[in-house]
Ligand binder design. Sequence first.
Ligand code: PMP
Length: 360
Amino acid sequence: MKQEWLRKTIRSFTPYKVPEIKEHIVINANESPYDIFNFPDVKKDFLTRLAKLPSYHYPDPFANTLRKALGRYVSAEYNEILAGNGGDEMIQLILNTFIDEGDTILVHVPTFDVYEIDGQVLGARIVKVPDSEDFKREGETFLEAIRKWQPKVTFICNPNNPTGDIWPVSLIEKMIQASPGIVVVDEAYMEFSGQESMISRLHSHDNLIVIRTLSKAFGLAGFRLGYCVANADIINAVSLTKPSYNLNSFTQLMGVVALEHSEEILKHNVPPTIAVRDYLIERLRTIKGVEVFPSAANFILVRTYDGPRYVKTLSEADICVRSYGNRADLANCLRITATTEYVANKILKVFQKEASHEDC
Ligand code: PMP
């Protein structure tokens, strides 16, 4: 294939890479350890309705039944919601809607790489505000960057992936007020934070978009169901470039059923995950040579004296974690998803063993 056939913005492009996994304990993608079909009522409701699903019809293009269920879940109107194939599709649609070539996207780094990657495809200028050395995001520095760069779109990942850092609603509100353009607050992990969602402030700001997903707290990563919440005008705008039938009937149905059982699912999935996260944080902090950063999400970021060595030893123990290759800002860091106590204890064993080697 001729290189010049490619659009210019992707000729020297590094896509978001999902690694091949050979280990059996997979804690590299912040997935839930809980299977939705282990809730008997959810399984029964889903299968009963699935049997009546007309496979020969296209899905509802705007997933209205699902949007109403999401609206009840987040206390918003259905026309203030757009649903699609994961938070990933929401990010893409938002940027397709607002970004022209050369426009500025502001992000804090490190964060979810997809904001930058999707922005690059569109030829945006990406302005990055680095965290402090201990992965704290300085609110005042970010505010200054908003004032200086006047971004068309600003991304705030809250809690932040991969650091787990969380900003309070009041601080994010200042950023929204200071922004001349759209502020996207990505709350993929919000259910694990115990903090108020920015969705509660939707009606005070006409430039706020909140992204959420059912991949994490609901354990539905395989179904691909994300959504964004914003005022109805923004939702209409973000829908302009949406593929007509972006969300298949199967996923729409699963979403409706899961949301009808949201209380039971979240009560079962979230508190144990938080407990394992906090247990890991507490125990890892007692291990020499391991820096552990606070987290409001279902994962923790740790920095070790030799990241690749830990990745290798964890892999030998059949555990796959997320590492960051030769990225300077995340050198020797690992991101570990909090799942079960059994897995947490296996991780701790590896870390204790490695720490004892360091002493030698
Ligand atoms: N936002 C953040 C911060 C994420 O970490 C992820 C998934 N890792 C997503 C959005 C996308 O999630 P999904 O497409 O599974 O909804």
